[in-house]
Design a protein around this ligand. Sequence first.
Ligand SMILES: C[S@@+](CC[C@H](N)C(=O)[O-])C[C@H]1O[C@@H](n2cnc3c(N)ncnc32)[C@H](O)[C@@H]1O
Length: 98
Amino acid sequence: MPIPIELVDRLILALSNPGERILDPFGGVGTTLISALKNGRKALCVEKEELYCQIAQERVLDFFKGTLKWRKMGQEIYTPKNDSVAYVPEEWRGLGVY
Ligand SMILES: C[S@@+](CC[C@H](N)C(=O)[O-])C[C@H]1O[C@@H](n2cnc3c(N)ncnc32)[C@H](O)[C@@H]1O
């Protein structure tokens, strides 16, 4: 699971200006590339794993095609309504662990 693009957006926006170049020397599956491109920066990365390079390339192409999905900046956090996935296990109650 790649890190959220929205997370990298905050760094790109805070630490660079439009048109500048962003280098990610540990590129992974290209999340930094995508964030840089969507925020009007130029981008390049280095990645040693061939598979990750292929995935990054596909994600960048999907970005340019407009088919890449990402969570919008500032979007409200989704809280599931279904009690079966959003409940505190009985054994945790009273432990103050949440
Ligand atoms: C945590 S991931 C990077 C995530 C990425 N920065 C992003 O925005 O999604 C770290 C990556 O660094 C790569 N890596 C580790 N050592 C490397 C090296 N010497 N040269 C190139 N890539 C390397 C790993 O294969 C891994 O994909």
